[in-house]
Every structure is written in C-alpha cells, then in structure tokens.
Design a protein around this ligand. Sequence first.
Ligand SMILES: [Zn+2]
Length: 152
Amino acid sequence: MDIFGETDPEKMPAWFFSNANFVEYGTAEKADWKAQKFTVAPRHWYIDAEYECPVCKRLFIWAAQEQKLWFEEYKIYVDAEPQSCRECRNVHKESQTLRKEYDEIISDAENGDRQKRVRVVEIIELLKKYVAPIPEGMIRKQEWFEKSLREP
Ligand SMILES: [Zn+2]
C-alpha cells in the first residue's frame, strides 16, 4: 500500500502542487521526510514543477533542490507552495524593507530633518517601481519634501 506517494511520486497528494501548471515526475528525488515539518502527510519526493507567476505572468520552475531547502533546511511547513516567482518574491522583500525604513524616518522628515527628507523622496521613488499604485498620501509627501528641499 502506498501512503501519500511513499513509493510512487505520482501518488503524492495533489495539494502539494495544487497551483502548478505541470509536474515533471521524471525529476523526482526522494525526500528525507523525517526532516520535514508536517501534520498528516509529509512530502516523500521533491519534483521540478512549473508555475505561472501571478504577479509578472512569467513561467518559472520550482525546482526539486529548492523544495529540499525549503522543507528540510528552512523547515517551512510542507503544504507550502511558491506564491510568485523568485524575482517577484525578492521585489516584495525589498519593498517591505523600504516601507519599514519609511515608517522609521517619516516623522523626523516631517519635523524638518533635511537628510531624512532626501531619503524619503528616494524611498518613494524606489517604491514606485515596485508597488502600484503608490498610496496618494505618499505621493503628496514626496511632492511636499521635494519642494521644501529646493528652498534654501
Ligand atoms: Zn514574477
């Protein structure tokens, strides 16, 4: 009896690759399921799978090797699947970092710290590349700071 695809990767529960366009079973590599975090079903195999990124619409491969890292090294819960491609994930991370910095310096900038006003203007400019649309309040703040920085 094959429980959760233990002996046959094609019998793994479908939810492990629920968002994939295509799963290349030929690439299946045996997993060390004892190293995984799971409640009922572990992943017995790591398998290259193709996804379409919902953010940029490009196709990307979630590789067996990457799955091994996620589930055995990073101890991500085994039901997880990538929500977007690696580039979009990095962009998301970068924009979170910028948002955090913005929140940390915005009140100093509002209180007249010129250096921080310069940085806030830069941050908003960078965020425009990542986040669409930028909140209206941020755009107004950028215009306000830019205007104030032109004054001596
Ligand atoms: Zn993407």
